[in-house]
Design a protein around this ligand. Structure first.
Ligand code: B12
Length: 223
């Protein structure tokens, strides 16, 4: 986002206060005002929303805040995504030709979906056909859906260390079913690091929604 750092910090402060009050309207109005002032929805998401969610995650880990605060953060940001950011990204349009087919979901045992939804939307506006399986998706369900949708890519999001092992399980299952190579597997989400992803045998990792699109594109270009 091109706005000066002081303005960005001002917006982050408004979002912190909206979250702390559980005020969805304040969050939605903040996003609307930022876009009206010329910010791109993705830049606003990356420059304002993600850093505040990361801060909240760190405070939660230090036991400075508790589950209700985490839930308010999820609720306020979901409203901003659904009511302002997602429609703005869709309205900005994108590719019309089909770049490839992706099935995406959050791993088993994990209900975090803010980042997964952003990745799904960015893939969609960049020409991918996306089947979103939602959250808490077992490896077998990813594979069945990928077969059914004739997908090129299986994209797995993991925010919890307890849901990460399902990425490895999926890679092993594909191998066991003789399907390795038929589907490219990409992983991401706050719990997943590049090194860990590589160690599982997945084909790609994405740090954020932009890298997710780039890795999916480059995997398909190699095919
Ligand atoms: C908001 C939040 C919640 C909300 C989620 C609401 C929702 N609709 O998603 C709620 C309240 C439900 C929640 C619940 C819990 N949470 Co929580 N939560 C968070 C928080 C603060 C933000 C998550 C978020 O949306 N981040 C912003 C998004 C944009 O980031 P992201 O998901 O990483 O996505 C980006 C990239 O990673 C990438 N990406 C994402 N997916 C994919 C997929 C692919 C294929 C690719 C390529 C890229 C990619 O692109 C995205 C966009 O840039 C995080 C802290 C954090 N740092 O993430 C904790 C955090 C994830 N939660 C945590 C915990 C512990 C929990 C609970 C267990 C708490 C509890 N005691 O009940 C429960 C778990 C419930 C469950 N079974 O899943 C821990 C996890 C610790 C761990 N290492 O396992 C964290 C890290 C907080 C912490 N520091 O302790 N949480």
């Amino acid at each position: 986002m091109n706005a000066p750092e002081s303005e960005m910090e001002g917006m982050r402060e408004v979002l912190r206060s909206a979250i702390s009050a559980g005020d969805k309207t304040q969050g939605v109005e903040l996003a609307q005002a930022a876009l009206a002032a010329g910010a791109s929805p993705l830049a606003f998401f990356q420059g304002v929303v993600e850093p505040v969610l990361n801060e909240i995650g760190e405070q939660f880990a230090r036991l400075e805040i508790f589950l209700p605060e985490l839930m308010r953060a999820g609720m306020v940001v979901e409203a901003m995504q659904k009511e302002v950011l997602e429609p703005a990204i869709v309205a900005a349009g994108g590719e019309s030709s089909i770049a490839g087919r992706v099935v995406i979901g959050t791993c088993q045992g994990d209900i975090h979906d803010i980042g997964k939804n952003m990745v799904a939307l960015m893939l969609q506006v960049n020409g991918f056909e996306v089947k979103d399986l939602g959250t808490n998706v077992p490896p077998r369900t990813f594979i069945d859906a990928a077969k059914q949708e004739n997908a090129d890519i299986i994209a797995m999001s993991s925010l919890l260390t307890t849901s990460m092992p399902y990425v490895r399980d999926l890679v092993e299952l594909l191998d066991g079913f003789g399907l390795a190579g038929q589907f490219q597997v990409v992983a991401g989400g706050a719990a997943v690091t590049r090194d860990w992803a590589e160690s599982t045998g997945v084909n790609g990792f994405g740090e954020d929604a932009v890298e997710a699109v780039n890795i999916c594109r480059s995997l398909l270009a190699k095919q």
